[in-house]
Design a protein around this ligand. Structure first.
Ligand code: DLZ
Length: 166
């Protein structure tokens, strides 16, 4: 028998999303936010099912995401920020804490938390990843959010079904 492949549909209808977006480097994070909203809209997510939370910087993203995840009001949380090495004396610290924290929130709460944070060496690189040349990390994170909530729904349904091989 062929192995069954499971993957999430790109259909966001009926799911609820929180977006946590950092104001630091706002000229770029606003582009990430636009990208994320564009993706959610295209994938059928209704405006009433999207809540946006603005935080001062990427360092504040994980705790905000944790509070939102614990509320159980969202199917996924999309985190957006821009950290630029050349402009940030504490680059490793801010980027490391944001990445580690976001991962921990997902593992602790069982709510998918998407990493839409651009970490770049220069402003130019960051611009490229925020919609200018190499895609938009906000758009990608939102697409991944819709895919993963669908996959987890499939997994839940699969685990509920009696095992038909017995
Ligand atoms: C302080 C700081 C610096 C220097 N650089 C960035 C950055 O490039 N990207 C970002 O999202 N946030 C930065 N921050 C702000 C911190 O994330 C945080 O908001 C402050 O240290 C207050 O806790």
């Amino acid at each position: 028998m062929k192995p069954q492949i499971h993957q999430g549909k790109l259909d966001g209808k009926g799911f609820r999303f929180a977006i946590v977006v950092s104001r630091w480097n706002d000229f770029l994070t606003s582009r990430l936010l636009e990208g994320a909203l564009d993706a959610l809209e295209r994938l059928g997510v209704e405006e009433k099912d999207i809540q946006i939370f603005k935080v001062p910087g990427s360092f504040e993203i994980p705790l905000t995401a944790l509070k939102l995840a614990r509320s159980r009001k969202f199917d996924a949380i999309i985190c957006l920020g821009v950290i630029i090495r050349g402009e940030t004396p504490h680059f490793e610290y801010v980027a490391g804490e944001a990445a580690k924290g976001i991962g921990q929130v997902a593992m602790q709460t069982d709510v998918p938390v998407l990493f839409g944070i651009v970490t770049a060496d220069t402003v130019q690189q960051a611009m490229d990843r925020a919609g200018v040349k190499m895609g938009n990390k906000g758009f990608e994170a939102a697409m991944a959010a819709v895919e993963i909530v669908n996959l987890y729904k499939n997994i839940e349904n699969l685990l509920k079904k009696p095992n038909d091989s017995n």
